[in-house]
Design a protein around this ligand. Structure first.
Ligand code: IMP
Ligand code: MG
Length: 177
């Protein structure tokens, strides 16, 4: 393991097992419906592809890329859309698929933007949640794992754009953050 990583937090098999459960739950919750999985790039991509394979109802996928505006506005949660969805979402059941929820700023802002486009419903599905670091209330519908206030990488999550390809979740040493 690279020296910036301390230890494995969640193993590959555990992740796969949990994603299978969430996929089953989504398939049950939306039985008879069609859904749109909305991946928040780049972190959510591995989770979304694995999740999609475990959902048995008809679905579409679309991708969105967002970034924070700069330090001053991070706390207000204002984000910039770098890549918007390809298709309109009115009258669709949306599930936003994220890698991790930390302060909650990104998702609460994104949710507001998407609500304004008139979808039938919006739910949020995240692989990881750090409930202790929340600054803004966000209603999260599906959570893979709750984790403590640690900086983690792997399974889509990066540290300076690296480590997204690790098939497990690992902690980054405090002195590197
Ligand atoms: P927030 O919920 O608006 O604070 O931001 C969530 C975003 O911050 C996520 O989508 C990640 O891109 C990034 N992030 C937060 N915590 C971590 C972490 O532990 N590892 C890697 N990225 C993180
Ligand atoms: Mg993200």
């Amino acid at each position: 393991m690279s020296d910036i990583l301390i230890e494995k937090l969640i193993g590959e098999e555990e992740i796969t097992r949990r994603i299978r459960e969430i996929g089953q739950q989504i398939s049950d919750d939306y039985a008879g419906e069609e859904i749109l999985l909305l991946c928040v790039l780049k972190g959510g991509v591995m989770f979304m592809t694995e999740l999609a394979k475990n959902i048995s109802i008809p679905l579409n996928m679309d991708f969105m890329s967002v970034s924070s505006y700069g330090n001053e506005v991070v706390s207000s949660g204002v984000i910039k859309i770098l890549k918007d969805l390809d298709e309109p979402i009115n009258d669709k059941h949306i599930i936003i698929v994220e890698d991790i929820i930390d302060s909650g700023c990104t998702l609460s802002y994104l949710r507001n933007i998407l609500e304004a486009r008139g979808p039938k419903s919006i739910k949020i599905c995240t692989l990881l949640d750090k409930p202790q670091t929340r600054k803004v209330e966000v209603n999260v519908d599906y959570v893979g794992f709750n984790i403590p206030d640690e900086f983690v990488v792997g399974y889509g999550l990066d540290y300076q754009q690296k480590y997204r390809n690790l098939p497990y979740i690992a902690k980054v040493r405090r002195e590197y953050i």
